[in-house]
Design a protein around this ligand. Structure first.
Ligand code: ZN
Length: 170
């Protein structure tokens, strides 16, 4: 079965219309269909759209970053954490050394303890993507083998498969 690589620009808003993120003004996003590179509901909405199409795609939280899980909110002694200086509600930091450690958000400061929330910052948030499809092409064998797109033209293997990808061996 052939798979496509889709390249698109997006503006992401929450239910109140606030812009959370956008690719406009930067590099467009390229992804391999079925590769899990973008949130499920957005990929469903983009499927089959022709080049040049502009569309609004609403994605409920369950098909984006999931519903909030209150068991992911925990009290932790500040002294156990790799942070220095003042901490305020809303601060975010990585819960570990490596680049894939989850990002946690400080919900409260209670004396020596912090209330930490390990939910994804967009968990529980219904998302609204305004998209423009820039290109659709067949994926290369290499992209299918790796499970991700190598840029808009398929030539960015080295760039996209550098650090953190692991698909070019270590
Ligand atoms: Zn690759």
């Amino acid at each position: 079965m052939s798979r496509n690589v889709v390249t698109f620009h997006y503006t992401l808003r929450d239910a109140d219309g606030r812009i959370l993120d956008a690719s406009i003004g930067g590099e467009p996003i390229s992804y391999l269909e079925g590769g899990g590179q973008i949130v499920e509901g957005l990929e469903e909405g983009l499927r089959g759209l022709a080049v040049g199409t502009r569309a609004e795609i609403g994605v409920p939280a369950a098909k984006a970053y999931g519903e909030r899980d209150e068991t992911q909110v925990q009290r932790v002694l500040k002294s156990l954490l790799p942070i220095e200086g003042e901490v305020q509600p809303g601060d975010q930091f990585r819960a570990g050394e490596d680049a894939f450690a989850p990002i946690v958000t400080v919900r409260g400061v209670e004396g020596e303890e912090l209330l930490l929330d390990a939910n994804h910052p967009l968990a529980g948030v219904d998302l609204n993507f305004e998209v423009e499809v820039l290109a659709v092409r067949a994926a290369t064998d290499e992209e299918c083998a790796h499970g991700h797109a190598h840029g808009a033209d398929g030539a960015d293997g080295e760039k996209d498969c550098g650090e953190g990808c692991g698909c070019h061996g270590t």
